[in-house]
Ligand binder design. Structure first.
Ligand code: C2E
Ligand code: MG
Ligand code: MG
Length: 825
């Protein structure tokens, strides 16, 4: 689920809940208030009605009391004589009563009752029948008689018309004037009775309204409805019925089968009750409206608050997060993100800054990686990959424009020697300087024939001491020769590094598109071949590629490739050639000679592959393998109980000059468990003479280990006597080229004799190699050569064959002066 949706899901309940609670509380309060208001309204209505009725009652009572004191009425009641009373006084009295009635039309019956209940005088509204004149038995009269003094009022149903009326009566007590006033006591003479219409109550209920259907009505004590508004509707009837059963409830809701009401009641008189009622449904309507309003407000408030919160969160959180996410994606794609666009002084702002910093670091790392992927770390020049792209581009351009692209393949002359003798740091410095100088020359536009391709000249390092120059857009292949010549001239000045003055020379192979190839690989390969050719021509030369070069060099290159694999595939074996005592024929040692059993080529002689292994540097690991294998084998012979002999191992100058050579020897000896004195190291004279000073140091170290040193191929190099004396050498090996012709060539014979004599005088053992005939052996013996090796006794043979020879321990040699005889070996 997206963050937006989650936020909304969280915000809406978060906002809705408090709003709902608030809304509910205010709704409840509002509803209670409405009910309270309705109750108060009912109460107020009742109070108003009560006040009006009290006022009426009071005026009725007051008038009753007043009318009862009328002088004419008193005289009438005191008159004993009936004739006088009825004839003289009653018409006046009736007139008086009629005047009262005119003044108070609702006093619709004014009567005088005698003490026995007889209706003596009566003035009534016209048309009102008179039910009886004897009232003594009526409950009203009996109550009146019991009431005593004062105005007595009672609500009754007028038997004459069945209407509820108020009857107010006043007992009239009079003192008989005929009696002595001192003794006289007031005596009850009769009652003045007013029958008051209650029709105003009907007007009252008709005129009062509460709400839509709220109203008041009157009942008697029995709950009979006396006055009620002319309403219809079942609930009104139901309410009125309910009143009958709940009359004593002062306030409350009347429950019936019909609707509910809120009610208030009041007793106005002994037999008159007023009730005010309001249908609960009406209050409910109002509360429903309130609820609807509150609900709408709640929904509105929730929506508005949620929207506002969402908008705020969006701008504060979501949008920055989106920006950060996009920035992270861009950074992930390695795109530059310099400004995420969040400028804030809070945690998100800090995060954005951290992202920007991270983007910047990553961008720099990307650039570095890209640079490393396409450039050589030592010289900073484009590497093979970048050069391939540049060349491809140049070839495409040249194809379109019909111009020539030339490649100069440079290989520094004798760089390996610098590396071997002065160490890698000096070699690296030389390569850097060489690169600078070469770039300088190539960049110098004067030197280059006009470049019309739009591509730049470029210099790249392919690896080791190999460089390549791209010359795009030449008009003629000869322009490339001009550049190559200028490069050779400019390089010629030696470079001084760490006090060493180093010659800077290179061989250049030139190849041209479209003549010599049309792919990047083909062009570089043919330039490489041309370079080898230039080297063979005598170094510090340039050579154009020609088709004929190919075969020999391709062979050489595949040989090199196969040689690389040979070590991994375990294709090397060691052959051993015995070295024997010239007089006794005893086997004193063996020389380990390397053989390569190549699956494609068969047994390859070291003369074929050792020079290549030396050039390519492969001789270092191969030589170490030879050393290890020879020591292992020698130790195995000793373990097999054979007489201990030395094993001579040929060491290449490249191996020898690698720093830390003596630790390698020491490591091998201890690993194979061979005593150092059974190891002899053969170094060629030329190798030793190349750098006598460093050689002396290494030889001293090797001597210190306990190994012996032989100078191989002696006579072919140019060692001085002085040097021979200084170097810790044990043995000289006369090169077989001298031995071969001793019998025929007087010079070789003289050289051999001199070498033997010199060795003896320097106290060095002399061993001859390549001894094939008894004459050669005889000559050597004659001049005092102690040892030899050669086909005369044995060719180099596999280890298994040597074991048998070692068991015999010696060869039978031709005796001195004996006829030439070839021995088997
Ligand atoms: P080298 O050290 O002077 O070895 C003597 C060479 O003379 C060997 O040739 C051997 O087979 C050959 N030889 C021995 N007796 C006779 C003989 O009576 N007549 C003739 N014609 N030749 C004889 P190989 O084995 O072909 O080795 C050639 C060279 O290759 C060696 O010359 C040595 O310089 C080099 N080499 C051989 N093995 C190794 C090695 O393990 N390491 C290094 N660095 N060089 C090696
Ligand atoms: Mg040798
Ligand atoms: Mg030799």
């Amino acid at each position: 689920m997206r963050l937006h949706a989650k936020l909304l899901l969280l915000l809406i309940p978060l906002v809705a809940l408090p709003v709902a609670v608030l809304g509910w509380v205010s709704y409840v309060q509002q509803r209670d208030q409405l009910v309270e208001d309705a109750r108060r309204d009912l109460e107020t209505l009742l109070i108003q009605i009560e006040e009006q009725i009290e006022e009426r009652l009071y005026s009725v009572q007051a008038n009753t009391a007043l009318f009862a004191t009328s002088a004419l009425l008193r005289r009438y009641l005191l008159e004993e004589d009936e004739a006088t009373r009825f004839r003289l006084l009653q018409p006046g009295l009736i007139k008086l009563f009629a005047s009262y009635q005119r003044a108070y039309p609702d006093y619709y019956e004014i009567r005088v009752l005698l003490t026995d209940g007889y209706e003596d005088t009566r003035v009534a509204r016209a048309g009102l029948p008179n039910g009886s004149e004897e009232e003594a038995d009526t409950p009203y009269f009996q109550a009146l008689a019991r009431a005593g003094e004062g105005t007595f009022t009672q609500l009754v149903i007028n038997p004459d018309d069945g209407q509820p009326v108020l009857i107010a009566s006043q007992p009239i007590r009079l003192i008989d004037p005929s009696v002595d006033p001192i003794l006289a006591r007031p005596v009850l003479r009769g009652y003045f009775v007013l029958t008051v219409s209650l029709q105003f109550l009907q007007q009252l209920v008709d005129g009062t309204r509460l709400g839509r259907e709220g109203h008041a009505f009157f009942t008697d004590a029995a709950g009979r409805v006396l006055f009620a508004p002319a309403l219809h509707g079942e609930h009104v009837g139901a309410a009125h019925n309910a009143v009958a059963s709940h009359l004593d409830a002062t306030i409350g809701a009347a429950h019936g089968h019909g609707p509910e009401f809120l009610m208030r009641d009041r007793r106005l008189h002994d037999d008159l009750y007023v009730h005010a009622m309001l249908p609960v449904a009406e209050i409910d309507d109002s509360t429903r409206r309130v609820a609807l309003l509150a609900g709408a407000l709640m929904v509105g408030a929730t929506a508005v608050t949620a929207v506002l919160l969402y908008v705020a969160l969006r701008s504060l959180l979501l949008n920055p997060l989106l920006r950060l996410r996009n920035a992270a994606r861009e950074i992930g794609r390695g795109e530059l993100v310099s400004n995420i666009g969040i400028a804030r002084e809070d945690e998100i702002g800090e995060l954005a800054t951290a992202f920007e910093d991270m983007g910047e670091h990553l961008r720099r790392s990307h650039e570095q990686i890209a640079h490393l992927a396409y450039h050589d770390s030592l010289t900073g020049l484009p590497n093979r990959r970048l050069f391939g792209e540049l060349l491809e581009n140049a070839v495409a351009q040249a194809r379109r424009r019909g111009v020539v692209v030339a490649l100069l393949f440079l290989d520094m002359d004798d760089f390996k020697r610098v590396n071997d003798t002065l160490g890698h740091p000096v070699g690296d410095a030389l390569l850097s300087e060489f690169a600078k100088r070469l770039s300088g020359v190539v960049r110098d536009s004067d030197l280059i024939a006009r470049n019309s391709s739009g591509c730049e000249n470029a210099v790249a390092r392919l690896g080791g001491d190999e460089f390549i120059v791209l010359l795009p857009g030449l008009n003629s292949p000869l322009d490339a020769a001009i550049v190559a010549q200028r490069v050779l001239e400019h390089l010629d000045e030696p470079i001084v590094i760490g006090g060493h003055e180093l010659p800077v020379r290179a061989s250049i192979g030139i190849t041209v598109f479209p003549n010599d190839g049309d792919t990047v690989e083909a062009l570089i390969k043919s330039a490489d071949i041309a370079m080898y050719h230039a080297k063979e021509q005598g170094k510090h030369h340039y050579a154009f590629y020609t088709g004929g070069m190919n075969a020999a060099l391709v062979e050489r290159m595949t040989l090199e490739a196969d040689l690389r694999k040979a070590l991994l595939r375990d294709e090397f074996v060691l052959y051993y050639q015995p070295q024997v005592d010239a007089w006794s024929g005893r086997i004193l040692g063996v020389e380990a000679l390397l053989r390569w059993t190549c699956p494609e080529r068969g047994l390859v002689s070291p003369a074929e592959f050792i020079p290549l292994a030396e050039e390519s540097g492969l001789i270092v690991p191969i030589g170490e393998w030879v050393l290890r294998e020879a020591c292992r084998q020698n130790r195995a012979w000793q373990d097999a109980g054979l007489a201990p002999i030395t094993v001579s191992v040929n060491i290449s100058s490249r191996q020898f000059n690698v720093a830390g050579f003596d630790p390698v020897i020491r490591g091998v000896l201890s690993a194979e468990g061979l005593d150092a004195r059974y190891l002899d190291l053969e170094l060629t004279e030329t190798a030793i003479m190349r750098s006598p000073a460093t050689t002396a140091q290494v030889l001293d170290a090797l001597k210190a280990l306990g190994a012996t040193i032989s100078m191989d191929d002696f006579g072919t190099g140019y060692s001085s006597l002085g040097l021979l004396k200084k170097l810790p050498i044990d043995r000289l090996k006369i090169d077989q080229s001298f031995v071969r012709d001793i019998a025929e060539d007087a010079d070789d014979a003289a050289i051999t004799a001199t070498i033997i004599a010199m060795g003896r005088s320097l106290n060095l053992e002399v061993i001859a190699e390549g001894v094939e005939t008894a004459e050669q052996l005889a000559f050597l013996r004659e001049h005092g050569c102690q040892r030899f090796q050669g086909y005369l006794v044995s060719k180099p043979v596999p280890a298994a064959d040597i074991t048998a020879l070692l068991q015999a321990g010696r060869f039978t040699l031709p005796r001195a002066g004996a006829a030439p005889q070839r021995l088997s070996g």
